[in-house]
Each structure stands twice: as structure tokens, then as C-alpha cells.
Design a protein around this ligand. Structure first.
Ligand SMILES: [Zn+2]
Length: 460
């Protein structure tokens, strides 16, 4: 637990942060860490002041952080609870500080009773001693940006250290994902579990590479059913260690479409039909996480359940644009698991479409793009509904080669270097388009799309 800075330090820190941020925004730059760096120079513990008394939910994990945060915030505000969300996506220590300070008054007093904060896996341990979250949600763990963290086991250890520094926080864990579920073994925190109780149809090849070994005996897991990748009903045949029964349980997926899913959910002893307004299986997990987080806050789960039929997508996360009346959906893909899930979604819609794949290897993406070798491009390229594939971004040649290897014919493919020209071309497409960029290429492509369609900037 960190001491708060004194009043003079707090005022100086808050003022320098707010002013730096205002200047940066005037010059067209949002979502940067600089105001937070300036603020923490003036008062190292400023985060303790600007989060004092707030009920905070922190969301970390490899995939689904942004959408889970968005769903939790929507659940809280729909239930009448005012809530801060770090929308800019700046999820490292300084970026989070900047967002919390911007939401406080000039004396550093928080203006919201609740906050939902997306947090980078490695930043968790730096942030929790200051903000003392009531709830920590861990969505899942997959191999991601290997060059940055050195493997998924290291990421798990980073998160474990963060949880150990916050023993009063209630953990919200994915019962189906063995790596992050193992956090419950080694920490004293209370846990609210969520998960899917049954298989959800074909979700691509079963890739168990990230499953890890049984934490009790080192044995290999067996699965009673799979949902996707290494998620599902896992158990260790050798020692009996197994998936926990979820408190928020999706018992069936009744309908999947491009505009959402309908599920049956069991929570607090009640089974009910629930509509989720965002499509794809991974958003069913995100929805279950949001319900579990609401429960962990001590609020009625029903508030979250009722809000799911009206939740809107976050920028780039199945965000839908209308381009000359044509549906264009953007799905951020940044690792094999996320990529395979996106392919399952686009190939499952049953209608003709074009796909735009964009790959950069800048700092925000991870410099190592070798993960494209293990993503299931074969599944995408084998889909008869796929009419055209565009390869774009700094690494479009590598992407092009990978797609050729996966069976895409040259006639169906095109390399693109200018996003504005691409958007013009997509206006004439005549069928739905899926945009599948990674992080920094999404920022560029999204800007071109925003200009053409009038969707808002990501930090607004
Ligand atoms: Zn075992």
C-alpha cells in the first residue's frame, strides 16, 4: 500500500498532467504516456491519490482485454453506476496514470465511484500497489509478442506477482484456460470463475501449445471438450487436478451471427437466455467475464446480463463501418490464437466476402512476426466464400508469401501499400469486407476508414 503525495505535490502533478495532455491533443495526439510520465515526475505516488476511494476493476490477459473492459463499463453505466474507462488503450503504468489524473479534479480527487482499467500483463504488478483494485480479471493467456516477454510462462509469472501484491482483490478467472486458472492455486485471493460448459462447434484446429502442464504433477491434460485453442474442459488424468466449475457458466450457444450471439447462461442458480450484441465465440467469453466482474464487485449480476444486448464494439474490435452502404468489420489480430478466432468467425458467416490482412512489425506490435507461421491461414484460404485477399502493411511481402503457402491463388490476391487508395477500392467491393490488421497497422487503416466513414477517433 502506497502513501499519497502531499497536497502541493498533488496539485503540481495533476496540473502538469492535464496541461501536457491538453497540448498533445491540440496537436492531434491522443492516448500517449507522456502526461503520465510528467505527472509521476512531479509526484511519484500520484496514482494513490487519484484512485483513492474508487472501486476499481483491472482487466489483464492476452486477448479480450479491451472488449471485456468495454462490456464491464457498459454493465456498470447501464446499472446506473458512473464509471471511468481508460478508453485510449494506454494500458501501461504511465498511460493509466494519465487517464486517472485526467478524470480527477484539479486537487486530484476522483470524480467517479467506479473505474474499469485495461492493464498490460507486465504493468499489473507496478499499478496494483497504488490503485488497490477491488477486482482483477485475467481473461486468458496465449503466446503473444514473444520477443517482448520471453514466453507465456513468464507472462503468467508477471501476473502472479501482481496478484500477490494485491491479496484483497477478488480474482475473476477463466475456468477453461488452464494457464491463467492456475493463478488460483498459488494465491490467497477469492475467485469468481466463468466458463463455457460445452463445445461450441468447429473453432479451427485444436492448438494445445499454450496449455502448459498440470501445475500439481507436471502431467499432460486431457480434455472432455474443446472451445477453442487450449480452452475447454481440461483435467489431469494422472493426479485428478481439473477445471473448476464456473460461477458464471455458459451452458449452451444457441445462435451465432454477424450481429451477435444468443446463449443460455447459468448464474446464481438461475438459467436464462441471454443476447450478446457482439459476434464471435471469444466475445461470449468476454461477456461471461463481464458478468463475473460485476458479481465480484458485489453488484447484481443481472445488471450485467441485461446490458449485453446493447453493448457496442470498441475501436477495431469487431467494429462495424458502413462504406457506401457495404458492411466492413474490423478485427484486431495480434497473435495466432486471436488470428485463428478471427478466421473462425469470418469463415463461419456463410456469405461472400473479401479480407484485408495487414501486418506491421513496429514496437507496438512486437518485432517478431514469426507467429504468422503458426496461425491457421490455411483455414481462411480454403474458404470458398473468400473472394479476394488484400495483403497490406510493412510486412505485406511476408504476409503474401504466407498466404501463397496457405493455398491462396495469385488471381485472388493483391498487395496494397496505400490505405486511402485501398479504402476507395473497397467502396466498389459489392460484398462485405473483413479488415484484419495487427496493432499499429490498425491505427493507420482505421484512420483511413474513419476519414471515409466518419466514425470517431479512438481517444474520443
Ligand atoms: Zn496432475
Amino acid at each position: 500500500m502506497m502513501k499519497k503525495p502531499n497536497t502541493a505535490q498533488t496539485i503540481l502533478s495533476v496540473a502538469s498532467c492535464k496541461m501536457t495532455r491538453a497540448i498533445l491533443r491540440k496537436t492531434g495526439r491522443g492516448g500517449t504516456a507522456i502526461p503520465g510520465i510528467v505527472a509521476m515526475k512531479a509526484a511519484k505516488n500520484i496514482l494513490a491519490a487519484v484512485s483513492e476511494g474508487m472501486e476499481i476493476v483491472v482487466v489483464t490477459g492476452t486477448n479480450g482485454k479491451t472488449t471485456s473492459c468495454n462490456m464491464i463499463e457498459h454493465a456498470l453505466t447501464s446499472g446506473g453506476h458512473e464509471c471511468l474507462l481508460n478508453k485510449s488503450g494506454a494500458n501501461m503504468l504511465h498511460g493509466m496514470a494519465a487517464d486517472l489524473i485526467a478524470a480527477a479534479d484539479w486537487l486530484g480527487k476522483p470524480q467517479y465511484p467506479y473505474a474499469v482499467l485495461e492493464c498490460d500483463e507486465a504493468a499489473l504488478k507496478l499499478v496494483v500497489p497504488y490503485i488497490r483494485p477491488k477486482v482483477i480479471v485475467v481473461t486468458n493467456l496465449f503466446s503473444d509478442q514473444v520477443d517482448r516477454y520471453g514466453g507465456v510462462q513468464n507472462v503468467l509469472q508477471e501476473i502472479r506477482t501482481g496478484v500477490e501484491r494485491s491479496p484483497e482483490s477478488v480474482l475473476v478467472l477463466n475456468a477453461d484456460e488452464p494457464l491463467s486458472a492456475s493463478l488460483a492455486r498459488s494465491t490467497p485471493n477469492k475467485v469468481v470463475w466463468y466458463g463455457l460448459e460445452a463445445s461450441v462447434g468447429t473453432q479451427g484446429n485444436v492448438d494445445l501449445a499454450d496449455a502448459g502442464a498440470c501445475p500439481e504433477c507436471g502431467g499432460e491434460y486431457a480434455y472432455d471438450y474443446h472451445t477453442y485453442a487450449h480452452l475447454g474442459g481440461f483435467r489431469c488424468p494422472r493426479c485428478g487436478y481439473r477445471r473448476k466449475d464456473p460461477d458464471v457458466a455458459v451452458i449452451s450457444v444457441d445462435k451465432k451471427g454477424t450481429d451477435g450471439s444468443t446463449i443460455h447462461l447459468q448464474c446464481d442458480g438461475v438459467i436464462q437466455k441471454v443476447r450478446i450484441s457482439l459476434p464471435a465465440v471469444y466475445n461470449i467469453y468476454n461477456a461471461a467475464a463481464a458478468i463475473a466482474a460485476t458479481k465480484a464487485l458485489g453488484l447484481p449480476a443481472q445488471e450485467a446480463i441485461d446490458s449485453l444486448s446493447s453493448v457496442q464494439s470498441s475501436f477495431g474490435r469487431l467494429e462495424t463501418f458502413s462504406l457506401n452502404g457495404n458492411r466492413v468489420q474490423m478485427i484486431l489480430v495480434k497473435n495466432p490464437a486471436g488470428c485463428n478466432q478471427a478466421f473462425s468467425y469470418v469463415t463461419g458467416t456463410g456469405e461472400d466476402y473479401s479480407a484485408v490482412l495487414c501486418l506491421n512489425n513496429r514496437t507496438g506490435d512486437g518485432h517478431d512476426i514469426s507467429w504468422i507461421e503458426s496461425a491457421d491461414y490455411e483455414k481462411l484460404c480454403a474458404d470458398p466464400h473468400l473472394k479476394k485477399i488484400y495483403a497490406a502493411g510493412d510486412c505485406r511481402e511476408e504476409l503474401y508469401a504466407r498466404l501463397r503457402k496457405a493455398g491462396a491463388s495469385e488471381e485472388r490476391m493483391e498487395r496494397v501499400s496505400d490505405y486511402h487508395a485501398l479504402v476507395e477500392q473497397l467502396k466498389e467491393e459489392g460484398h462485405p469486407v473483413f479488415l484484419l490488421p495487427n496493432y499499429t497497422s490498425m491505427m493507420e487503416l482505421r484512420q483511413a476508414m474513419t476519414q471515409a466513414t466518419g466514425n470517431r477517433e479512438f481517444w474520443e
